[in-house]
Design a protein around this ligand. Structure first.
Ligand SMILES: [Zn+2]
Length: 117
């Protein structure tokens, strides 16, 4: 029997549950996320273990957001100075496509104004 992956919603451990009718499901007792009832443990585990792991996906999204911010900083630092990139166009593009960067951009703009003024 293969292992039961942790709950894709809350990350806690899940358990195999059987009904009086000998149906099988996998369930997280913490958040109640569960599979449908199946005839076999293998089917229930197959269903549970192939759910996307939300925590892992969130971690990857955070990593990619960090990459975008690093890229933005690199472009601003190395290319805006030599005039290869229209920074305002780039800013509009990034704000439209990566909304999470708006807050960071505003924070840095405020910081820059504080430093200059
Ligand atoms: Zn859960």
């Amino acid at each position: 029997m293969s292992e039961i992956l942790s709950c894709p919603c809350c990350g806690n451990s899940a358990q195999i549950v059987s009904s009086i009718e000998r149906k099988i499901k996998v369930m997280c007792w913490t958040c109640s996320l569960q599979t449908y009832w199946f005839d076999t443990v293998e089917q229930a585990l197959g269903s549970w273990n192939t759910r996307p792991q939300i925590a892992a996906l969130q971690e990857r999204v955070t990593e990619l957001e960090g990459n975008v911010m690093s890229l933005l900083q690199w472009i601003e630092r190395d290319y805006s100075a030599v005039g290869l990139v229209d920074v305002r166009e780039l800013g509009r593009f990034i704000a439209l496509n990566f909304p999470f960067t708006i807050e960071e951009t505003e924070r840095r703009k405020a910081l820059k104004e504080t430093t200059n003024g």
